[in-house]
Design a protein around this ligand. Structure first.
Ligand SMILES: *[C@@H]1O[C@H](CO)[C@@H](O)[C@H](O)[C@H]1NC(C)=O
Ligand SMILES: *[C@@H]1O[C@H](CO)[C@@H](O)[C@H](O)[C@H]1NC(C)=O
Ligand SMILES: *[C@@H]1O[C@H](CO)[C@@H](O)[C@H](O)[C@H]1NC(C)=O
Ligand SMILES: *[C@@H]1O[C@H](CO)[C@@H](O)[C@H](O)[C@H]1NC(C)=O
Ligand SMILES: [Zn+2]
Length: 399
């Protein structure tokens, strides 16, 4: 064999498809590693890529933002506009958990990466990730574990069993190509005790140990050299303002940092004018006038009037006891999650600037060598994370 050919073979075009694990730690804010020792996250950054932070789509809540990771689409384009399914005619509502099972709520025109990868011949799995339970154009994820009802999100023994299952059974034994894995922490602790609490710092230590466990388990199963791992989150968390001197926002029936209204027939103008200017920290928009940068306007499921509060303010805080909240404007730094990646296709010891989470999808499709669906992201925004600049072997651009 001549030496030119050798060079060609070890260059970017010798690239084989590596496996990919996408992990989400719900509500892990970008700066949660600043006031806690996180040896495993630090080691991962040394061995891989760390982004300063990433910008989730608005509305910064769990199901909508996770579905953006899986589709690369803004929320107004993928249609999972809230954690809660609702019917404005019957007033019926389903909370977060039951909404996971409403197929046509999730299957609204955007295919999640699992299904696209399966259609292109890859094997995929998902454990507890939002969207796992639904059927998309008559297809479900080949290998899945749907989160049980009333699942305890804080049990570290259980976390380790889930990691063992993904690494051992799914990647090693069943030879899956792509798996998404979800943990409900540190979100739960962040809500209950607030993002500045010692309890939240403990939750971050637990996440850090789990990151160590994930990498250690990959190593045990001989996966390290052909497994890329992306670890990120759906949104951040901020402290809720409470107590004396806080000018609380009180409105009937709308809890949380944001809400939507469908006024009765003929009442839109009146309701809008009443709410607009009702409180200095409350933003009120007609759907069509929502700032374009929020990409939260176009979908028919979004109701005619949208309200959102400034960071720290919750609507009707008097009936809610959370010390931490998210759901605010995605410009707010506290709403931004962390992002780390390590593996054979990523640079080592590289810190990159922020990017929007719509760009994670094209990055994942590239890593898996699959053709992406129509999406709102671009590989050009994440290419610099990759060795060889994500250079493709296909002269036409291909993957
Ligand atoms: C809401 O309920 C009405 C009445 O049952 C029904 O006609 C409509 O299709 C439902 N809408 C959704 C989005 O499920
Ligand atoms: C998405 O949902 C909206 C409203 O619920 C519906 O009108 C529309 O037909 C759906 N689109 C697709 C492609 O499923
Ligand atoms: C899904 O399956 C049902 C019943 O088997 C069928 O009527 C429908 O056309 C299928 N839809 C798609 C998008 O394949
Ligand atoms: C934690 O999870 C393990 C494994 O599923 C279980 O055996 C144990 O009882 C759980 N502990 C608590 C406190 O729920
Ligand atoms: Zn939450």
């Amino acid at each position: 064999m001549n030496s030119d050919l050798m060079l060609f073979l070890v260059g970017p075009c010798s690239k084989v498809r590596n496996k990919l694990l996408l992990v989400s730690f719900d509500g892990f804010r970008w700066d949660y590693d600043r006031d806690v020792d996180t040896p495993n996250l630090d080691k991962m950054a040394e061995d891989g890529v760390k982004a300063a932070y990433v910008t989730p789509p608005y509305l910064t809540i769990t199901s909508p933002t996770h579905f953006t990771l899986l589709t690369g689409r803004y929320i107004e384009n993928h249609g999972v506009i809230h954690n809660m399914w609702f019917n404005t005619t019957t007033q019926e509502k389903k909370q977060y958990y039951m909404t996971q099972f409403v197929d046509d709520y999730w299957d609204n025109g955007s295919l999640p990466i699992w299904i696209t990868a399966q259609r292109q011949g890859l094997k995929t799995g998902s454990l507890h990730f939002p969207g796992t339970a639904a059927t998309y154009r008559n297809k479900t994820i080949q290998t899945r574990q749907v989160e049980p009802r009333f699942y305890n999100h804080t049990n570290e023994t259980d976390w380790r069993q889930n990691v063992d299952k993904v690494m051992g059974d799914w990647f090693k034994t069943q030879d899956l190509d792509f798996v998404s894995l979800y943990f409900g922490e540190p979100d739960e602790t962040g809500h209950k005790y607030g993002p500045d609490s010692p309890e939240r710092r403990d939750a971050v230590r637990k996440v850090d140990r789990t990151v160590g466990y994930i990498r250690e388990t990959a190593e045990t199963h001989g996966l390290t050299d052909h497994l890329n791992i992306i670890i990120t989150a759906d949104h951040g968390m901020t402290t809720v303002f409470r107590g004396d001197g806080v000018n609380e926002i009180i409105l009937s029936k709308i809890p949380g940092p944001s809400g939507m209204l469908l006024p009765k027939e003929g009442m839109l103008e009146k309701v809008f004018r009443t709410l607009k200017g009702a409180h200095p920290n409350l933003h009120v928009y007609k759907k069509e006038d929502m700032p374009a940068r929020l990409h939260y306007s176009k979908h028919p499921r979004i109701l005619p009037i949208i309200l959102y509060a400034d960071k720290g303010y919750v609507i009707n805080g008097v009936i809610q006891y959370n010390k931490g909240e998210h759901g605010f404007d995605n410009n707010v730094l506290d709403m931004k999650p962390f992002f780390r990646a390590v593996g054979p296709d990523f640079h080592q010891n590289l810190v990159v600037g922020p990017f929007e989470t719509v760009n994670v999808y094209p990055l994942m499709c590239h890593l898996l060598g699959i053709k992406p669906e129509l999406n709102d992201g671009s590989l050009d925004n994440t290419r610099h994370l990759l060795l060889y600049g994500g250079e493709s072997c296909d002269p036409k651009g291909g993957f």
